[in-house]
Design a binder for this molecule. Structure first.
Ligand SMILES: [Zn+2]
Length: 158
């Protein structure tokens, strides 16, 4: 099977975001990362291509803009509570409380905002938002939390 690969660092598929992971000794503190994503699409050739690099990059960039410069809030996180109060989210975990404008928050349907869970979650968003031909049979989607370390989710398409 043929594949195409897009390197997010080199093609500007990047975002910056704040997050916290309560279960982790150091990552429980609110902090941020410069993230990048890589994508590999596997499939048969259609008109000589697996997919159009330009179109995939454009649609992925639009998708990542929704997270960029926001706080990632894991809506299923154990011990994390949040309520929308006017135009602000009031977020609590452990003894920590913060109030963040709604438009600064990215609600993420995960338990933890780890690279692993982000890779799996964002693959689901990608399938909804990025146009892929029926010839594409598998996606490998990676999330880098800074250069040199990434988590990868593999999704086989029906
Ligand atoms: Zn982190």
């Amino acid at each position: 099977m043929m594949s195409i690969f897009i390197n997010g660092w080199e093609t500007n598929l990047k975002f910056s975001a704040a997050h916290f992971i309560p279960e982790h000794s150091k990552c429980r503190r609110l902090h941020g990362h410069d993230y990048a994503v890589d994508i590999t699409l596997f499939g048969e050739l259609e008109n000589g291509m697996v997919a159009d690099f330009v179109q995939i990059k454009r649609e992925l960039r639009q998708m990542l803009e929704e997270i960029d410069h926001k706080l990632i809030l894991p809506i299923n996180g154990e011990g994390i509570t949040y309520i929308l109060d006017g135009n602000k989210y009031k977020i609590k975990y452990e003894t920590f409380e913060m109030s963040v404008p709604k438009e600064f928050v990215y609600l993420c349907d995960v338990k933890h905002s780890s690279s692993e869970e982000l890779a799996r979650y964002l693959t689901g968003i990608l399938i909804k938002k990025v146009t892929l031909g029926k010839n594409v049979k598998k996606i490998e989607f990676s999330v880098y939390e800074g250069p040199g370390q990434k988590a990868t989710w593999e999704e086989v398409l029906g």
